[in-house]
Design a protein. Structure first.
Length: 754
């Protein structure tokens, strides 16, 4: 069915939705309807009797609630992410859903973003690998993915109007990078454009992002749909490259499209292009209806538990206090969150779980001979009605703590503290919980704190007083069992942080500019986001990016790096040994550091790849991590393209961004296609240029051998002349090379670089 076989009215109708989660069918043309669903970590299924087109806020039909991205990303295990994608596809197929609205891969620019739980990391390589793995799991199993929210949707404050004002380098190197990699490599069926604008242009009308970059540069061939309600002007949006408006507007914008085409204001070919993409999408994604009964929910619950096992991050373990001995002693489990767990975030991603594992039940179950007592300690809005006033509830918990050998204290954020739709204004735990923590510590120092939170919470200054600290984030419906397994050592923790926990919110690189004002947020920290910023400013942090402990220990040996210039990518090999007493898994991280004297400011280190290796006690294994040579590039604002600078890079094998175990040097040649030179290029730029440098030195030596050798020997002269345009240097040196000759020299460089 080609677009020109449809009427104008049909075409306008087709490019907006039918209901909240469906596209319009056109029966006489054989175009089916597609049913979509949020996303990203489970299906948010509409109630079976919902009215198409009506907003339905009733709880959705049950589906498996997998760990949200904050937890999945902390697993650093791409195989698990792929399996979650495949399981989501199976549940989608069972319900007749053709497309999932996820994954979300926005960068966690600030710890305050209310939606950080839905995103993977503060790093684009990590986000690209996780987003890609989930997408492959979905699409290899027949369900389309919708990569969202494109782009730079890094806050909830004023999200429908704010313009993220971002310089070109951070835009390319941080905020678009994961989108670029996934679009090129994993080919998602759809991309969802964000609510916000970038550099003054709202995303749904942003031709540069929706067409020039996404389609022309990256080759995207799928469908671009709006975020729900993100379209301000449908006609302008179609022109910019948006294909599908969601949800529908009761026909209002369809009529606007018809009127614009009729009046000659919108070229019908633009509408036809969107229609053709929509038709392709509809044929690809339409599914027969299903009642969901064929999905293997038990198996998926087990998978959700396995992911949770791998996602829990052991931040601290002095003594070591953990694991607890399941066979003896008395354990006080304190905190309403142990009985009323928080396992996902609020908003469009909220899933009605098929069942929920309660941490307290699983702790009781695993405690063979250990005696477990519980006290809620503080109330939660969605927990049971307290049977006493808050002081008495806290007093009882403190008395229980005093009478027990060990305390497991559950602390965290409640649903009202963080959600889609608003940002947090601080990162502290609730005051009543902090007060309880201090009272418990005063009567019993043997405390393991277990945290439940979607965005990170401040652990300083109290974490030094707590021997064990377990970051559970939001672990999905099977997280309760996983927490119990980690506490008693049935599972050896192996998750690592995909975002930094700062000592104070004020230390975070975006602190001074988040969330902006008057419709603009300026990304003033540039490329120095997350660990890139903390490292550059040499700021001490509570727990660095990539950090996570185990009940065993690992040693790193024999790092080797090869292959920078043969076009095949960079191959890093390192041997990891389990030097402790328990089987465990180590996440090895590979960072690169650019050569000294870069032409642009570069982060101290940047993640390039990672691998997860499972080892028995005493076992060692070589792991291989490859990444494309192109990852070493920075985005040159001047030349409007990626540039690899030549020189010696440092490649690091690390257990966290601040625990580098081994490093090696890697010589990298500059791009053949290097920057252009002219007579206004500085002496420094000429000398650094692989072709221009030798040419100039040779020419200088012919006219003034003395100057050439002084430049070689006199560091002060070299430094002072570094920033001086070549034609000025030539004048200063008594016009030793004429202007015409300098221009000819620049032409020779241009010819040689093609
Ligand atoms: C969210 C999207 C979601 C959509 C549909 C929006 O408010 O930003 O992530 O997919 O609603 O529920």
């Amino acid at each position: 069915m080609a677009a020109h076989d449809l009427t104008l009215t049909d075409k306008a109708a087709l490019t907006s939705g039918l209901g909240q989660m469906t596209t319009k069918p056109i029966e006489h043309a054989g175009i089916p309807s597609v049913t979509m669903s949020d996303g990203p970590h489970g299906l948010r299924l509409q109630h079976p009797d919902h009215e198409p087109g009506q907003l339905d806020l009733r709880p959705a039909t049950p589906a498996t609630c997998f760990p949200p991205a904050v937890a999945l990303g902390s697993s650093w295990d791409l195989d698990l992410a792929h399996r979650v994608g495949a399981a989501l596809a199976a549940e989608a197929a069972a319900h007749g859903i053709g497309v999932l609205l996820g994954p979300g891969i926005n960068i966690k620019r600030s710890p305050l973003c209310g939606r950080n739980f839905e995103y993977f990391a503060e790093d684009p390589t990590h986000s690209a690998e996780f987003g890609g793995a989930v997408i492959r799991g979905l699409q290899e199993n027949g369900t389309g993915a919708t990569l969202k929210h494109y782009a730079a949707n890094n806050q909830e404050t004023d999200r429908m109007r704010v313009s993220a004002d971002i310089d070109e380098r951070p835009l390319r190197e941080i905020y678009l990078r994961a989108f670029e990699r996934i679009v090129r490599r994993d080919k998602p069926w759809a991309v969802m454009c964000a609510y916000n604008g970038v550099n003054g242009v709202t995303l749904s009308e942003n031709t540069r992002l929706l067409t020039d970059i996404l389609r022309t540069e990256w080759g995207f061939e799928g469908l671009v749909m709006s975020d729900w309600g993100a379209v301000r002007n449908r006609v302008a949006a179609l022109r910019a490259g948006l294909d599908l408006e969601m949800p529908p507007t009761g026909g209002r914008t369809d009529r606007e499209v018809v009127a614009a085409v009729t009046a000659g204001e919108l070229d019908e070919a633009v509408l036809d292009r969107a229609v053709e993409r929509l038709v392709h999408f509809a044929h690809r994604a339409a599914r027969p209806a299903g009642d969901g009964s064929t999905a293997p929910y038990d198996e998926h619950h087990r998978l959700a538990g396995e992911v949770a096992d791998h996602s829990i991050v052991l931040l601290r373990n002095e003594g070591p206090l953990l694991p607890l001995d399941p066979g003896s002693g008395t354990v006080a489990v304190i905190g309403e969150l142990a009985r009323t767990p928080r396992f996902q975030g609020g908003g469009s991603s909220q899933v009605t779980p098929t069942r929920v594992d309660i941490p307290l039940d699983h702790i009781r179950e695993l405690a063979d001979g250990a005696h477990v007592e519980f006290a809620p300690g503080y109330p939660l809005a969605d927990g049971p009605e307290p049977d006493a006033d808050p002081t008495e509830v806290a007093d009882r918990a403190v008395r229980l703590a005093a009478a027990s050998d060990t305390v497991v204290l559950f602390l965290g954020l409640a649903q009202q503290d963080e959600s889609e739709g608003f940002d947090r204004d601080h990162i502290d735990l609730p005051a009543d919980q902090l007060a309880l923590l201090h009272r418990v510590l005063a009567v019993n120092p043997r405390v393991a704190v277990v945290l439940s939170n979607g965005g990170i919470v401040r652990t300083a200054p109290w974490h030094d007083r707590v021997p064990a600290l377990v970051e559970g984030f939001l672990l999905g419906q099977a997280g309760g069992g996983a927490l119990a397994r980690v506490l008693f050592g049935a599972v050896n923790p192996s998750g690592k942080l995909a975002e930094t926990i700062p000592l104070r919110l004020e230390d975070s690189p975006s602190f001074l500019t988040f969330p902006g004002a008057e419709g603009h947020v300026r990304y003033g920290e540039g490329v120095f986001v997350g660990y890139r910023g903390y490292d550059a400013a040499r700021v001490e942090v509570a727990f660095p990016f990539g950090h996570g402990l185990s009940y065993t220990t690992f040693a790193y040996r024999e790092l080797s790096v090869a292959g920078a210039d043969d076009g095949a990518g960079i191959v890093v090999r390192v041997t990891v040994a389990n030097t402790g007493e328990r089987a465990g898994r180590e996440v090895v991280q590979i960072y690169s550091a650019a050569p000294a004297g870069s032409p642009v400011e570069r982060p101290i280190r940047e993640l390039r790849g990672f691998a997860s290796v499972r080892l028995q006690p005493g076992e060692s294994r070589e792991v291989t991590i490859e990444f494309p040579r192109a990852d070493l590039a920075y985005f040159s604002v001047r030349d409007r393209c990626w540039r690899i600078e030549g020189g010696t890079y440092r490649i690091e094998a690390a257990a966290s961004s601040r625990d580098v175990r081994l490093s090696a040097e890697l010589a990298v040649a500059a791009d053949a296609d290097t920057a252009e030179l002219d007579v206004r290029s500085t002496l420094g730029e000429w000398l650094a240029h692989p072709i221009g440098g030798p040419l100039l030195l040779e020419r200088l030596a012919r006219s003034n051998a003395g100057l050439t050798s002084r430049l070689a020997d006199d560091a002060t002269l070299r430094r002072a002349a570094h920033n001086v345009p070549l034609e000025v240097v030539a004048d200063f040196a008594g016009g030793l090379i004429g202007r015409d000759e300098l221009a000819a020299l620049a032409d020779r460089v241009a010819e040689a670089t093609g």
